[in-house]
Design a protein around this ligand. Structure first.
Ligand code: FE
Length: 304
């Protein structure tokens, strides 16, 4: 079946100690391993060894890791990617802690993604035998898992074609300048699983990160996360509010380095045969922030 899910977000931070305070004490991720200038963290309901890598030195995205179902999927994707004209490189087991060999691809948007077929699984905090509903020793927000990332691309059309033709993703929702054949693509929300997006991108500079997100269960948890951001003096971009696109509820906030994070809850379930939903640019603000129907200046200009 190919790509299954977003497995890890590897991001740069300016100060590792300060960042660990945010990702552990406020968000509640557990530190799984540390190297000089690097930390590997996981959320409580994730099976894999880690889902976030923090690397000291700068801001923004180093790379995104997506897990494929079978080793053979890598071979097929490599052929398709090369046919598409993208730069690929084989990676070895051990290039990434706890991650198998795989394929590294420089996307048409200059972001790096890695595809791998195996990763060490250390298990969730509640286990797989008669599990409790949640762990009692959660810290802060206690995020259960990483959900998606949104990146920017100078040419969203080509990037969407890449994810469709090479990686078999589908677009759940798209934003176009206008309805009909003359409409140019402004953004696309694409999935490989059953959530509205495993990756999304909007028009903007190449190689930049807009945000990566954690899924929470519901609106009450979003509000509670907001309370914790107030308690911990986290810089909030916008929210709590709802997206028109994906229908998810949300808060955007910044880590201490200025990388935008999101807590996201309540997006719908989707399937590969569902028609793609279209938004026109005149309704973009409502698509992004359904209730306020206004895009703040930061939302479109602050990227890392
Ligand atoms: Fe998001």
């Amino acid at each position: 079946m190919g790509v299954m899910r977003l497995g890890y977000v590897h991001t740069r931070v300016t100060d590792l100690t300060e960042s660990l305070h945010h990702y552990h004490n406020t968000l509640g991720m557990q530190v799984m391993a540390e190297e000089p200038g690097k930390a590997y963290l996981k959320a409580w309901d994730e099976y894999d060894h880690h889902s976030v890598v923090l690397e000291e030195g700068g801001v923004g995205l180093v790379k995104l890791g997506y897990k494929v179902e079978r080793a053979e999927d890598i071979d097929q994707i490599e052929i398709r990617a090369q046919r598409f004209g993208t730069i690929t490189e084989r990676m070895s087991k051990g290039d990434n802690l706890a991650v198998s060999d795989g394929l590294r691809i420089v996307l048409p948007s200059e972001h790096v993604i890695e595809l791998y077929h195996d990763v060490e699984q250390t298990g969730t905090a509640t286990g797989t035998l008669n599990p409790e509903a949640w762990p009692r020793d959660l810290v802060g927000v206690g995020v259960p898992r990483v959900d998606h990332a949104l990146i920017t691309a100078e040419d969203p059309e080509t990037l969407e074609r890449f994810f469709t033709e090479v990686l078999d993703f589908r677009a759940s929702e798209r934003v176009v300048t206008e309805q009909g054949d003359d409409g140019q693509l402004i953004g696309s929300w694409m999935f490989c699983g059953n959530s509205p997006h495993d990756i999304a991108f909007i028009k903007g500079p190449n190689a930049k990160l807009h945000h990566f997100a954690y899924s929470l269960t519901d609106w009450n948890e979003i509000l509670r996360a907001g309370d914790l951001f107030a308690m911990d003096d986290v810089s909030v971009d916008i929210g709590p509010t709802r997206h028109g696109i994906t229908r998810g509820t949300t808060i955007y906030f910044f880590d201490p380095s200025g990388n935008r994070n999101e807590v996201f809850a309540g997006g719908y379930t989707t399937f590969r045969d569902f028609p793609t939903i279209t938004w026109t640019a005149d309704q973009l603000a409502k698509g992004i922030f359904y209730i306020g129907r206004e895009l703040n200046e930061r939302f479109t200009s602050v990227l890392t």
